[in-house]
Design a protein around this ligand. Sequence first.
Ligand code: SAM
Length: 674
Amino acid sequence: MANVNQQRQRMVDTQIARRGIRNEAVLAAMRAVPRERFVAADMAEFAYADSPLPIPEGQTISQPAIVAAMIDAAEVGPGDRVLEVGTGSGYAAAVIAQIVGHDAGHVFTIERHSALAQSATSRLRELGYGNVTVRVGDGTVGWAEEAPFDAILVSAGGPDVPPALKDQLAVGGRLVIPVGAEHEQTLLKIVRRSGTAYDREERGRVAFVPLIGAQGWAEDGTRPSGNLNPDHTPGPTRRTVPTMIAAAAEPLPDPDDPAFGRFFDRWGDRRVVLLGEASHGTSEFYRARAAITKRLVERHGFTIVAVEADWPDAAAVDRHVRDRGARNGVADEPPFQRFPTWMWRNTDVAAFVDWLHDHNRGVAAPDRRTGFYGLDLYNMGGSIAAVLDYLDRVDPEAAAVARERYGCLTPWQKDPSTYGRAALTQGFRRCEAAVIDQCRALLEKRLDYAGKDGDRFLDATQNARLIATAERYYRIMYYGGAESWNLRDTHMFETLTALLDAKGPQARAVVWAHNSHIGDARQTDMGITRGELNIGQLCRERFGDAAALIGFGTHSGTVAAATDWGEAMEVKRVRPSRPDSYERLCHESGVPRFLLDLRAERNEAVRRCLLPSRLERFIGVIYRPDTELRSHYSEASLPQQFDAYVWFDETRAVTPLGPEHARSGVPDTYPFGV
Ligand code: SAM
């Protein structure tokens, strides 16, 4: 674990400088202020995360990148008199105080909650910020006695710009304020040019807690003043990009049409074709991947299907599809029985498994048959289930924390309330040794069992590696976060290369995993600001053009997902994509189902206009539509993340296998007896 100074340095480099803030004074101030001192002790481990965090009174300390962007926009400089509305923890006030200095400069900051104002006052005093004055009150009416101000920053979102704040700007002064609806605003910069003239500029979209006061929102959320302008969609290019997408898009037939797979022949000579998905519960993504895989297997000699799943469960499917007979004469447990069961126990996967089984029956040479393998950390689902089972019995509070942290194995939730729930309890740390022992015992038992398996080509290397690293692996998995993400994706990559090596230089593999695993992480927020890598990036680095990364997306429909880790699957409605997302551009192309080849030699013009980062939606096994922007959208550069993008405008949830499928030929003990 890096120390706090290193974490702070890293935060400034990755979350702020790399996002384009060049203002040295802002960068230096952010490097100097200890953010961990502005959050509760149990939140300190997240202090340098790229996210807002919860503070008392249901409020938040703003995301570091937003604090930096606001101070940069307000052009705060040495000697300035600055008003901040919404003191909160006092963090932004401290950063501003660091810049204005102690001579002529001063920060006046107003907070409506007296408890927050008091704790911010003592914190700022302890840290030596004598140039900050905090007061309790309604900041929408400003601080007339201290006006005029060189800069005013409002750290909460209002329905409109409070006239009092404009009045209290010095000529030449800058006001930076989020304006718009609850949960989503546009950051405005107002510059006072004269007694009556103001310039106004939009600086992008943000999500702040509400500004409550006489010239803000009423306590109950109704709008007491001003007029909202709900249209913040950025404009000029949006009308033309969908047209360009429509021109470059190759309309696709239904995935069940044999012609579907032909569109993907262009990648038939690759060593690895990675097929993504924008959720873990969308039927079209499974059916499309099955159609492409069939084609790659039948026409192009692919013999490895490697999926984002546990090795032991996939091995049971593999024994079936390659007719290898039951392990040691003992029938397998039905695979994929643990959360999230619908990811693999669904009718689309069952149909694909049937097909693979039939296909392999027609292949005489056993080594030419196509296998089905799990890339995930060995028995990850099994060990997570064991940890939760243990914690449920000994410390339910720690179990709730663990569930939240495992939920973050799909893209990390940016919702501040999620961090609150994921904060470590004392019990969580106390249970560490016991759960790691249990996981190790479980691993040894499973490996011992697997050792009796006939097809052992991977066992020797994989098992030795697993046993040697078990302690570290279980500790990292127990605590969750970016380190566990990297461990997991590195493991997936190593398993894939072990499979390719074992099958020889001619072997080719198709990978099925979520877009967040197979799209190049270096071209997304996860790589740029969180230091996360993934199997797509590692494949590009190792195989270059011999790897094809194909992402999938949708605009709306339904999806199978849970609300929290371990909870029941629900069929949820997918909200229409956001106006500022890649998905919306694809939707507006008007083509309901298409392949967009993003390689420069194919579609240079559309590639170029899609290059600048935009929002992209990531739904894992958990979907939280209420906090969709913060929980599921992340910035990415689509044409650099993927070589191609497959689009289904309207999609529907997968159908989990149930007893009724036993009657129609897919029994409960899937995949056996089909
Ligand atoms: N700048 C803060 C920090 O660094 O921790 C974060 C501010 S938080 C996002 C917004 C704060 O604005 C909340 O603490 C909220 O209570 C406060 N607030 C909302 N309306 C206000 C008003 N009219 N006057 C003063 N404070 C207000």
